[in-house]
Design a binder for this molecule. Structure first.
Ligand SMILES: [Zn+2]
Length: 165
């Protein structure tokens, strides 16, 4: 039974250049689900994710995959700056420093990843979180929750792509 997914459009994105979709940067919102969507619907907030996952696993789609959501800010991954150009932004509602991800959030993230993993040829080493791409500046996800998520992804999809880039 798939988790529900609905549109909650945010105006905070760029249409050019087209998103490279090399992998994913995971976040937590700190704010509750509904507040996050309301905040990101406002142009003045200047922030967005591609998708936000509620504690019950429901997913809100804020920005289309081919557009650049404004989620990572000043960031570097695999030696390259500006992660918004090449990593999709997926965020869990809540604060993983205060409470662990729910099982529904983990399952929903895997469900969201599944079609993209194959289509875009992702591998585990291109899946990261905000804390790791903005060290010292960002604290999402909590390390223990990142480990849970990474393990769940590895179990589901394997550690490496067939054709590593
Ligand atoms: Zn973040």
């Amino acid at each position: 039974m798939p988790f529900p997914e609905f549109n909650a459009p945010s105006p905070n994105y760029a249409t050019l250049p087209l998103h490279e979709r090399r992998g994913v940067c995971f976040h937590h919102t700190e704010m509750p689900f509904a507040e996050t969507l309301a905040f990101m619907a406002r142009p003045e907030s200047r922030v967005s994710y591609h998708v936000v996952i509620a504690p019950d696993g429901a997913r809100a789609r804020l920005v289309a995959d081919e557009h650049l959501a404004w989620h990572a800010g000043v960031s570097v991954f695999h030696g390259r700056e500006g992660c918004n150009a090449f990593l999709l932004g997926v965020s869990f509602a809540g604060d993983t420093r205060m409470a662990p991800l729910t099982e529904a959030q983990l399952a929903s993230a895997l469900e969201w990843l599944a079609p993209r993993w194959v289509k875009s040829g992702w591998s585990l080493d291109w899946i990261t979180d905000h804390r790791q791409v903005a060290p010292g500046r960002k604290k999402d996800l909590a390390p223990a929750e990142w480990s849970r998520l990474q393990s769940a992804i590895a179990r589901r999809f394997g550690y490496y792509a067939r054709d590593p880039r």
